[in-house]
Each structure stands twice: as C-alpha cells, then as structure tokens.
Design a protein around this ligand. Structure first.
Ligand SMILES: NC(=O)c1ccc[n+]([C@@H]2O[C@H](COP(=O)([O-])OP(=O)(O)OC[C@H]3O[C@@H](n4cnc5c(N)ncnc54)[C@H](OP(=O)(O)O)[C@@H]3O)[C@@H](O)[C@H]2O)c1
Length: 315
C-alpha cells in the first residue's frame, strides 16, 4: 500500500490540475482551518433528535454551523436536548404520520426558505419472538422505521429537486445486512431502509441530491429500553431497561459520537462525492449474534452449538 502511494504521488498535482481543483495540499489545509464551520448557512432536519444517535448528531451538525431543526414526538424531551444544540429549533412530529411530517416540512420552508440536509435517525427496535405475537411492536417498527423514513424523504424531495441540491442521510443498521435472532421485523425494516435508500439515490442521479445510508452496529443508546418480550431478551442476552451494549467491553460497542462523526464526514464531503453507504460497527462485533450463531468457547462459529442438533438425520 505504502509502495503504491509513493509511486502515485508524482501524478497527484497533474490529476488535481486536470480536475480544476488546484493543489490537493492547499485544499487539505483549508479544510482543517474551517473545520468547525463547514455547514455555516445550511439548514437541516434531524429526526429522532431527542435522544441517542439523533441527539449527538444534532450537536455535531450544530457545531459545524448548521441550523438544526430537532424533530421527535416528545416536545418535552426535545426542549431538554435543545440546551446542548446551539441555535436549534424544536418541532414535535410523529414521522409515521404523513400529514404531521408535511406540516413540519412546510413550517420549516416558510420560516427558513431552505432545507439542505435531512438526517433520519427516528427509529424503534424491539427484540420479539414472532411466536409471542407482539402486533403493536411490529406495527410501530414498520410505521416508524419504514413509513417514517419514506414520509420524511417524500416531504423534502420536491424542495431539494427544485433547489438542485440536498443531502438525505438515512440511518438504517447493520441489521440491514445481517440477520439477528428475535429481530425479524426490525431486520426487515432496516433492509427496507437500505433498499429504499438505493432506490431513492437511483432516482436522484443527476439532480444534485445525495443519499447516504448509514448502517451502525451496537451503539450505546436507550434504543431497547422499551422492550417487553422477556423471553426474547433472555434468548439473545439483552437486558430489558438497559442501554445497548451495557457490560460489553470497549471494542464491542460504539458511542453515538462515532456515528455522528461518520455523518458529519459524509455531509461535509465535496459536492461531487457521494458516500452512498457507511457500515460502521464496533471493532470486535461478531458477524451475527454470538448467542444464536453458536460461537464456541474458542470463538469459532459452529452451527452445532447453535442448533444443538448436530446428529439429527437429514429430513
Ligand atoms: N443504538 C444502536 O445500537 C443502533 C444500531 C443500529 C441502528 N440504530 C438506529 O439508529 C436510530 C436512532 O436510534 P438510537 O439508538 O439513537 O435510539 P434512541 O436513543 O431510542 O432514539 C430514538 C429516537 O427516535 C425518536 N422517535 C421514535 N419514534 C418516533 C416517531 N414515530 N416519530 C419521531 N421520532 C421518533 C425518539 O424520540 P421520541 O420518543 O421523543 O419520539 C428518539 O429521539 C434508529 O433508527 C435505530 O434503529 C441504532
């Protein structure tokens, strides 16, 4: 790698001149000087801003100079969170409710005349076993994680199309890529967000709009606080009423700041760059859930440990 970099270095000035962007080194220096205010003059929505990843992302974007519209269902939680997000505006809105989302976007456009960046963090996650029939939790998952994102993207798109720019960041999950036990509906909802984001991006080619799907792994937030299916929780080793990753070692859980930094990175890239997908997981996160995947004491994946039926005859 080092050799490759050394070999390509002499060609860098020629490449950058050809692209009409001046010296690469000068650009890099300028970037760091303005590092704190790269989003000055921008107006952006963060849904799910009252807690966890959305809250920390709202803080990080405000630090870059963006006027942040903080959105979630609870005005009380938003008002408390706003204290740490300078210059922000709070708007209570249930993203699952299309009329409420359109009203929210309409008010922002009336007040500010622009929406440059939308970060969709609002979401819920319930560990449930399908056999326990928690219909309300399945419905809330689909309504919030799927319908909610579609509602918000749909509501801002006409404005972004007419202004020929904009950036939509959808926070899905590594659960969009891999299947975890007791998360069938959540898994499916995040796969939906991943495919929806790809489809939206395809539709936005040539419009000046960027779409980024951020797929976090375990991140220390209150996401599973409201879980009630104790059988599911016990099966996967999740503690009901605890922060995600409680008791994990440092290499096995992310902080919301890690996700916020990735989002800031994506939205501050030069306009011609599309960071379409970001898979960001704790360094030591296993592929799938160790409890169900059958990890042996040596750390090796073993389907026999997972099923306990290694000697079953084939069907
Ligand atoms: N933490 C993780 O390990 C992890 C991993 C991968 C992906 N994610 C995803 O990251 C996103 C943020 O989750 P988090 O971990 O930060 O959890 P969190 O702390 O529970 O935050 C969820 C946020 O969503 C808001 N919300 C929920 N339903 C809503 C609705 N119908 N309308 C508007 N806002 C709503 C909540 O506020 P109100 O209650 O005030 O509405 C809250 O602000 C979710 O999409 C989640 O699936 C998290």
């Amino acid at each position: 790698m080092l050799q490759l970099m050394r070999r390509s270095q002499p060609y860098l000035p020629r490449l950058t001149e050809a692209a009409g962007v001046g010296s690469w080194h000068c650009q890099a220096r300028k970037f760091s000087v303005d590092a704190e205010l790269r989003l000055q003059g921008k107006v952006g929505i963060v849904t799910g801003a009252s807690s966890g990843i959305g809250f920390v992302t709202a803080k990080a974007l405000a630090k870059e100079g963006m006027t942040v519209i903080m959105v979630s269902r609870s005005m009380q939680k938003l008002e408390a969170a706003k204290e740490e997000v300078p210059g922000s505006v709070c708007m209570a809105c249930d993203v699952a409710n299309g009329a409420s989302v359109h009203a929210m976007v309409g008010q922002i456009l009336k007040k500010f005349g622009q929406i440059d960046i939308v970060t969709n963090c609002a979401g819920v996650m319930y560990f449930t076993l399908m056999r326990n029939l928690l219909y309300d939790q399945w419905k809330q998952t689909i309504d919030t994680n799927c319908t909610g994102i579609v509602n918000v993207c749909g509501a801002v798109l006409p404005h972004m199309l007419s202004s020929k720019r904009g950036h939509i960041v959808n926070v899905s999950s590594d659960a969009a890529r891999q299947v975890f036990p007791a998360l069938a509906v959540y898994n499916a909802s995040k796969a939906f967000v991943n495919i929806f984001s790809k489809g939206l991006r395809a539709e936005c080619v040539g419009t000046g709009i960027r779409v980024t799907d951020v797929m976090p792994g375990d991140t220390a937030t209150n996401l599973v606080m409201q879980n009630t299916d104790s059988e599911a929780a016990e099966k996967v080793g999740v503690q009901i009423g605890e922060v995600v990753g409680k008791g994990f070692d440092r290499g096995s859980v992310l902080d919301p700041e890690d996700i916020a930094n990735a989002i800031v990175y994506a939205v501050t890239l030069p306009g011609h760059v599309g960071l379409h997908e970001i898979l960001i997981e704790p360094r030591d996160q296993m592929f799938g859930d160790p409890t169900a995947m059958g990890v042996t004491p040596e750390g090796m994946y073993s389907p026999q440990v997972a099923t306990g039926r290694s000697n079953d005859p084939p069907l």
